[in-house]
Design a protein around this ligand. Sequence first.
Ligand code: HEC
Ligand code: HEC
Length: 271
Amino acid sequence: MLKTNTHSLTKDLVGNKLQCISCHLKGSDDKPGTASGIGTFVDTATAFPAYSKREKTVQTLQNRINNCFMRSMDGKRPIVDTEASIAMATYITWLSTGKTINLNEKRPCGPSNSERWAKNIKKFTKIQKKAKHTNYTNGKKLFTQKCISCHGVQGQGIASFPPLWGKDKTNHSLSYNTGAGMSKLNKGAAWVQSNMPLYQGDSLSNQEAADIMLYVNAQPRADFDLKKGLQTNNNMGYYNSKVLEEKHSVRSNFKALGLDIDKIRGDKKIK
Ligand code: HEC
Ligand code: HEC
């Protein structure tokens, strides 16, 4: 979780420069996923196995973890029951030691996240649906004030502070792709409001978080094509999903909220 893109068991499966802890933050005990903001792992295991609308199947905790590799990590899915998959599921399960089983029929999320996601996604959808170019420029201004000291002007990341978008010199994506939860305007805003700026979670207003992630998620990042992913991923074992086709781009993520990316950005430079 701490060194996902350099650890020998997972480095070949990660396509970008992120670690699990880039989004499942360390708490005061310095352990992955114990911070209390949205995305915490403190009671995640109590909810699994859990139904997922995205895959239209009941997902085990290993399924859930491994799918993040194709999206948030822009890489390849580990095989269920191999060492890395078991290790990560074991760690997350251990965090729930002593907690009551709390299976989730609605979404594959632990009790500390489930309703928080639902409530905040609804809130940000309402705000972001009305977005105009001025919200984009406001997002850019706020990003410059509150985020570039750690994430860089180009969103490229600085030292151990992770990248938010863009590519490296070898054309590899630096951050999450357009199939990741974070790339959805409303989910991204919910996460950022709860967790960023680092150690100052819950400091951004609704409009600020909405506009900042309108700006961040309008920047270039890798497209997601599940079908292609499954082809290049053909030794990943059984894939527990009834949905085998799914495509996303920056453009389609905006369209999902009824927004035209060209109008929002005020230009036509982006795919
Ligand atoms: C770019 C940010 C990002 C990264 C990196 C990331 N995740 Fe996630 N993860 C999310 C978001 C956002 C959600 C919830 C939203 C969703 O369902 O898409 C989530 C949900 C989860 C959940 C469900 C937790 C719960 O209780 O709701 C698990 C388990 C999980 N991720 C595991 C991992 C593991 C393991 C890694 C590293 C291999 C990882 N994630 C990397 C963003 C990320
Ligand atoms: C003081 C430094 C700091 C500031 C300021 C900051 N971040 Fe972060 N951010 C981090 C760190 C560090 C992580 C990853 C957590 C870790 O490695 O422990 C992170 C993770 C993220 C992630 C998920 C991982 C990724 O790279 O995609 C997003 C999205 C993000 N920050 C957005 C923002 C936004 C938007 C702002 C401004 C409102 C902001 N951050 C301000 C340090 C910072």
